[in-house]
Write a protein that binds this ligand. Structure first.
Ligand code: TMP
Length: 207
């Protein structure tokens, strides 16, 4: 699968600051004259927002396979309705989470065989891999603490520390396999410091 130059993703555990960094990078690239679209998964479309609600409501006890397929249902709609058309309009798409999240959460943390996830990936996004992915890496307890401050409590925030530790380790393992694409960023620093590093990497690798 080839990397698509106008697609950038941010990944990381809960509370790692992705949504803030998506916005800051979007603003930066827009001031440089790019057309920019920022979006998120699960979600990014009307149908995706409904699927997101199903996935995150704490009272929904969900089978892991149902969960996996719902993430891919949201993604199928998102890439076809939003991402492909934007890329064709020469717009830079920055997404808060993409396929690496599925490998980390449903694969490494839930324990679904990675070959099943890769098979679904081949069906839903056969030709769409981000050119750059920023992995905002952070201590798990610190991430959960930050989220509690923001009074965020969805189905995943209620998972155990062990679950979130497997997510973090999963992301690091994925990044180790694709160092060209995935840049690990120390997200324990200030918002400004993280943003400066993201922009430095964009400037170095994107032109
Ligand atoms: P968010 O809170 O960063 O918006 O993400 C929503 C939750 O969904 C988060 O706990 C991570 C989880 N998630 C998965 O488990 N698999 C996926 O493929 C995606 C995109 C998100």
């Amino acid at each position: 699968m080839s990397r698509v130059k106008r697609l950038i993703s941010f990944e990381g555990i809960e509370g790692s600051g992705k949504s803030t960094q998506v916005k800051l990078l979007g603003d930066y690239l827009a001031t440089k004259g790019n057309k920019v679209l920022t979006t998120l998964e699960p979600g990014g479309t009307q149908i995706g927002a409904k699927i997101r609600k199903l996935l995150l409501e704490p009272q929904n006890h969900m089978d892991p396979l149902t969960e996996l397929i719902l993430y891919y249902a949201s993604r199928a709609q998102h890439v076809r309705e939003v991402i492909y058309p934007a890329i064709l309009r020469n717009t830079v798409v920055i997404t808060d989470r993409f396929t690496d999240s599925t490998v980390a959460y449903q694969g490494y943390a839930r324990g679904i065989d990675l070959s099943i996830i890769h098979a679904l990936d081949e069906i839903v996004v056969p030709d769409l891999k981000p050119f750059l992915t920023f992995l905002l890496d952070l201590d798990v307890e610190e991430g959960l603490r930050r989220n509690r401050h923001a009074q965020k409590e969805d189905r995943f925030e209620l998972e155990t520390l062990e679950f979130h530790t497997r997510v973090r380790q999963g992301f690091i393992q994925i990044a180790a396999g694709e160092p060209e694409r995935i840049k690990i960023i120390d997200a324990s620093r200030s918002t400004e410091d993280v943003s400066r590093e993201v922009i430095r990497i964009i400037e170095e690798s994107w032109h």
